[in-house]
Design a protein around this ligand. Structure first.
Ligand code: FAD
Length: 188
């Protein structure tokens, strides 16, 4: 590292997020916090200017991901195309997006994260680590609902987990089906 500290690791993943450059919007007099602030109609503080994607902050959140940018683009297209105010489009309510990344250089590494993956007091956490396969899986359950998770190295179960998360249905009480969801690729 810059300070001479040697990190003993084969791979380092630096998750530092993104920070939109908001100077232009700020100079134009738009309301800006982390990003350009928009309402449910993707409208900035100037009603004639909309913002979507990496530069936009909706409901406190700057997503910095492709899926929310695309969803915002779709909603905005619908809003702009409607002919009467009451017709059709309901606006943007935020994106419940699963983040999926593939790091392709050297040994490929798959990673998926969704929802809240830091447990609050009282949450149940199921965590499986397999150093031989290079996999890590963690899910967080609050009351009887799956609220988030992280999968690294093996994403075979990501579809089933994401459906349980998106559906926000109560999980069966004995926990066994959740463990099955976490391991049904035949893993550890
Ligand atoms: C290396 C990298 C990897 C990523 N991997 C993932 C991933 O795996 N999954 C994921 O969900 N997201 C990923 N992202 C984030 C994703 O790319 C962005 O969230 C998404 O592209 C945002 O869309 P956008 O339309 O806001 O901006 P952009 O896609 O950046 O589009 C902005 C466009 O504006 C153009 N532009 C800029 N300035 C001007 C100007 N002055 N005049 C005219 N045109 C201009 C640019 O050329 C560009 O085409 C990654 C980003 C990077 C940088």
């Amino acid at each position: 590292m810059a300070d001479g500290y040697a990190l003993d690791a084969d791979l380092v993943v630096l998750a530092c997020g993104v920070h939109p450059r908001v100077g232009l919007a700020q100079d134009a007099g738009l309301a800006v916090h982390k990003g350009v602030i928009v309402d449910d109609e993707l409208r900035t503080s100037d009603p004639h200017i909309r913002a979507i994607g990496d530069c936009a902050q909706h409901d406190g959140q700057v997503y910095g991901l492709a899926a929310p940018a695309l969803e915002q683009a779709e909603v905005l297209a619908e809003l702009l195309a409607r002919t009467a105010p009451a017709e059709g489009a309901t606006g943007y309510r935020g994106t419940r997006a699963l983040t999926r990344l593939t790091l392709a250089s050297g040994t490929p590494l798959d990673l998926a994260a969704f929802g809240e993956h830091t447990a609050l007091p009282g949450d149940d956490v199921i965590q499986l680590t397999d150093a031989t396969r290079g996999t890590y899986r963690k899910v967080v359950v609050r009351d009887d609902r799956l609220v988030g998770g992280v999968l690294v190295g093996e994403l075979g179960t990501v579809g089933a987990l994401a459906r349980a998360w998106e559906g926000a249905e109560p999980l069966p009480a004995d926990g066994a089906p959740l463990l099955h969801l976490l391991t049904n690729d035949g893993g550890s």
